[in-house]
Design a protein around this ligand. Structure first.
Ligand code: UD1
Ligand code: CA
Length: 481
């Protein structure tokens, strides 16, 4: 809980982001399982502002729909034409109806690495120093394109000059405007009315508010970000990947410091929503997505992709793809398993090599070890499904369910033609096509009888290699007798 709770946070997201060269608006591009604007909104929410307003313009219906779906409670203000960041903030204040009393924080919608912590530090500095405006600045290795923070001889901030409007001497400054500000709401509203457009881009610059307030005798200040990488703004897909890598590293470091072993952080990708328990081990080439949770002592990977999947304590998941599944404690999955939505594996169960499952509940200790498809099924406890079995769930029109009891032993190469039920403790013979229910404790045999036609090869394939081999075998057995 922040002591300095802002009256409003304004997120600027009206720009098109032409440099992304995309049909998707820039702020809806995703990294680590969240849109760019979603990351910013999440950080802004940590300040617990009274109002959270996102300024939308380009592709506004799409952006608004996204916010309504994922970030209920955020308001939007429309900026019809992108006349500059100052104009955008004016639209947000209009949406609020009146100038807020208290602090207004402004952030850009394309800075996904900005943390709630940094925003809070800015709000705290702003309040402690009694400033009219505090800009979050950063020292960057290359300040090209950014607005420069200009200070006077005493080190006090005097103005922000945009790259395009800067002199050569100002362009040499490496302290830049991150685009994040804390303002006194009333003074902001007054100053925005005085912002002019006589600059190289003909826009209302929000940055001009700083010199306007200073010239009117108000306190202005800068809070220098501890890590300049946090304010990285995304303009193109190179920066998108850069931000992805930085965020991923941050998420993995957090997990490692909480007791998770990540053997090769560079080849593991984690969404912001993934959670871990201590002593989980993540092997190389693994992607953990959505609401995935990894339990204590579980070992996941290598080369595994889990989405919205819960992995129980001590489970082993190897070379597997899983979506919306539950893997029980000490269960074993893979290598090369595919768990589709609705798979629920009990404790100590197994989905082995080349096994696909979908909408299937597998009881405790039950094993499906090899080369099988289990779809729309319920299997009890401690049952063993033979290799290369198929749960035939689809008749061409609808899906049907198969139920198999506990302590069953089904033979290899079985087809379970749903709907069908097999009782507890039943056996089925290898190669069976099970079309009828099997009572508990029975053995079902459902395959053609074998018949051997002796001498067929000699008669039908005379002179062939097979016939010669058969003849040699006949001679040997004659010699033996
Ligand atoms: C802006 C700052 C610059 C700072 C940089 C940090 C101004 C005038 N310049 O420059 O000092 O160093 O950010 O990244 O503020 N937007 C709107 N409506 C508009 C214009 C922009 O909503 O009319 C939004 C954009 O969608 C974006 C953000 O404001 O999210 C910043 O706009 P952008 O054009 O990227 O600003 P820069 O030129 O990078
Ligand atoms: Ca611009």
């Amino acid at each position: 809980m922040s002591a300095n709770r802002p009256a409003a946070v304004v997120v600027l997201a009206a720009g098109e982001g032409t440099r992304m060269k995309s049909k998707t608006p820039k702020v809806l591009h995703e990294i680590a399982g969240r849109s760019l604007v979603g990351h910013v909104v999440a950080a802004a929410r940590e300040l617990e502002p009274e109002h959270l307003v996102v300024v939308v313009g380009h592709a506004r219906e799409q952006v608004r729909g996204h916010l309504e779906e994922h970030y209920a409670g955020t308001r939007t203000a429309v900026q019809e034409e992108q006349n500059g960041t100052g104009h955008a903030v004016r639209m947000a204040l209009d949406e609020l109806g009146r100038a807020p009393e208290g602090t207004v924080v402004v952030v850009c919608g394309d800075t996904p690495l900005l943390s709630g912590e940094t925003l809070r530090a800015l709000a705290d500095t702003h309040a402690a120093d009694g400033n009219a405006v505090t800009v979050l600045s950063a020292e960057v290795p290359d300040s090209t394109g950014y607005g420069r923070i200009v200070r006077d001889g005493s080190g006090a901030v005097t103005e922000i000059v945009e790259h395009k409007d800067a002199t050569d001497a100002q362009r040499a400054i490496r302290e830049i405007n991150s685009g994040v500000f804390a303002f006194d709401g009333q003074l902001l509203a007054d100053a925005l009315g005085k912002v002019r457009t006589d600059n190289s881009q003909g826009e209302e610059y929000l940055t001009d508010v700083l010199s306007i307030l200073r010239e009117a005798g108000h306190r202005v200040g800068a809070s220098v970000a501890a890590d300049h990488r946090e304010i990285l703004g995304i303009n193109n897909r190179v920066q998108l990947a850069e931000a992805r890598a930085l965020l991923n590293r941050r998420l993995i470091e957090r997990a490692m410091l909480a007791g998770v072993t990540v053997v090769d952080p560079a080849s593991v990708f984690v969404d912001v929503t993934v959670t871990f328990e201590p002593d989980a081990v993540i092997l190389p080439g693994t992607q953990l997505l959505g609401a995935t949770h990894i339990g204590e002592d579980a070992e996941v990977g290598p080369n595994t992709r889990l989405k919205d999947t819960r992995v129980g304590k001590g489970a082993r998941v190897d070379n597997t793809v899983a979506d919306s599944s539950v893997i029980g404690d000490s269960a074993s999955v893979g290598p090369f398993a595919y768990l589709r939505p609705g798979t629920n594996l009990g404790a100590r169960s197994k989905a082995g090599a080349y096994v696909e499952m979908k909408n299937a509940t597998v009881g405790e200790g039950t094993k499906v070890p090899h080369l099988s498809y289990v779809g729309d099924a319920t299997i009890g406890e401690y049952t063993n499904i033979g290799a290369a079995s198929v749960f035939v769930n689809y008749d061409g029109e609808t899906k049907h369910h198969t139920t198999i009891g506990s302590h069953c032993r089904t033979g290899s190469d079985n087809m379970f033609v749903a709907p069908v039920t097999i009782g507890d403790g039943a056996y089925t013979a290898a190669g069976s096509v099970i079309t009828k229910d099997v009572p508990a404790g029975s053995l079902a045999v459902a395959r053609g009888q074998q018949r051997n036609i002796e001498g067929w090869v000699a008669r039908k394939r005379p002179g062939s290699a097979a016939a010669q081999a058969a003849q040699a075998a006949a001679g040997e057995s004659a010699g033996e007798s």
